[in-house]
Design a protein around this ligand. Structure first.
Ligand code: ASP
Ligand code: MG
Length: 412
């Protein structure tokens, strides 16, 4: 009998009416002959409300007590869904995180260590639907631990992997993964398929469909996912280990990502000699600042070089103070910063085998007179840094150039 995990997000669980329609969907899958496990989020807005209560109660709340409070939202929706299913004549019962999910690491942002599947196997054998609260597990100290905001996606993937499910369907408030942010490009298109690595690159730069951690976990576990909406019967997006022969008509580029969360730092006229870059980067790493794009070039015949890189916008002032110190060591250099920049990336497994894609990106942007402040590339991604006020234009022209626009009248 196929075993499936269905995960429902907060919007699908917000209120009894919606829980009823979730239950109807679960019932359909159970009656179609599947063993069904359901992982649920708290009702939309509930976790925010609980976090706020913790803040009001204590500015520096004990993380263990914070977890006791914020984990409660999923307990409520699990019980409500189980009783709704029972009302519809479906055998169902709820569990709690401590019965199934061993977690480790810090409270409030714990990692899943292990799934104890025996209780679930038993329930499934008895023909029950198992309803499981997402976001929670039990830590080494025997206390409830939560998995970080958005963590029920990770719960669902971990449980699906742990009990060797055949499928893991994530029902969320968007109906799939799009080629870019539809707020920037109304003609963004829903992807039918995307690989894990592409999804990680798109998620890493702002496409917040799934908790990034859950995608990494599914990739390690080789567990295909589907992202679907609970409000319709649309097909959604499959997230798969790699594209098959039949997927070859999909564009080489899966999508265009845009990220405003960067700031640029440039050091000009620094000595062109071994150790300069290390002297700059060392203190930034020590301060825990993540450096992203890096461009370093010597100025011909002058014995000096320029170094440009980006850091998260929120870390800019911290980075500047770390650099003030290292400037003394490297001897000289002028420091310039700019936080009105944005990173635009093309992402796709096709980049690996086709160098023309990067060239096409640069040509497309050049045609529109968009200046590139920095460039970086990895196996399946090419990123450019542009002025923030040119970001949307860059995304739009790239989206069109790479054939990603939905046909007229078919927009999202
Ligand atoms: N309810 C939790 C949150 O809002 C976990 C989740 O829904 O994924 O972050
Ligand atoms: Mg979510």
């Amino acid at each position: 009998m196929p075993r499936i995990v269905m995960k429902f997000g907060g919007t699908s669980m917000a209120g009894i009416e919606r829980i009823r329609s979730v239950a109807a969907r679960v019932k359909r899958e159970a009656e179609a002959g599947n063993e069904v496990l359901v992982v649920v989020s708290a009702m939309a807005g509930e976790t925010d409300r609980l976090v706020q209560l913790c803040k009001e109660a204590s500015a520096l709340a004990d993380p263990k007590e914070y977890d006791v409070v914020v984990a409660s939202g999923e307990q409520v929706t699990s019980g409500l869904l189980a009783m709704t299913l029972q009302n519809m004549g479906v055998k169902a019962r709820s569990f709690m995180g401590w019965q199934l999910v061993r977690a480790s690491g810090v409270h409030g942002n714990a990692r899943v260590e292990k799934i104890e599947g025996a209780l679930l196997d038993e329930a499934l054998k008895e023909g029950m639907v198992a309803v499981i609260p997402g976001f929670q597990g039990v830590s080494d100290d025997g206390r409830v631990a939560t998995l970080g905001r958005g963590g029920s996606d990770t719960s669902a993937v971990a449980i699906a992997a742990g009990i060797k499910a055949d499928r893991c369907d994530i029902y969320t408030d968007v109906d799939g993964v799009y080629t870019t942010d539809p707020r920037i490009v109304p003609r963004a298109r829903k992807l039918t398929k995307i690989t894990f690595e592409e999804m990680l690159e798109l998620a890493g730069v702002g496409a917040k469909v799934l908790q990034v951690r859950s995608v990494g976990l599914a990739m390690r576990e080789n567990l295909p996912l589907r992202v679907l909406t609970a409000f319709d019967d649309l097909p959604g997006t499959e997230i798969v280990p790699e594209l098959g022969e039949d997927d070859m008509e999909r564009n080489a580029i899966a999508g265009i990502a845009a990220d405003r969360n960067e700031a640029r730092i440039t050091l000009t006229r620094i000595p062109d000699q071994p150790g300069t870059v290390a002297a700059v980067m060392g203190p930034l790493a020590e301060a825990g600042i993540q450096v992203d794009m890096i461009v370093h070039a010597a100025t011909a015949g002058e014995g000096s070089s320029d170094l440009t890189f980006t850091v998260p916008r929120a870390s800019l002032s911290q980075a500047v103070s770390a650099l003030e110190k290292s400037r003394a060591t490297i001897g000289g250099g002028e420091l310039h910063t700019d936080d009105a920049v944005a990173k635009v990336s093309i992402v796709g497994v096709g980049i690996r085998s086709n160098p023309e894609l990067a060239a096409k990106m640069f040509a497309t942007l050049a045609e529109r007179g968009i200046n590139l402040l920095a460039v970086s590339a990895s196996e399946i991604k090419v990123s450019v840094l542009v002025a923030e006020d040119e970001m949307e234009l860059a995304v739009r022209v790239l989206h069109t150039a790479f054939g990603l626009d939905a046909p007229q009248g078919e927009a999202a």
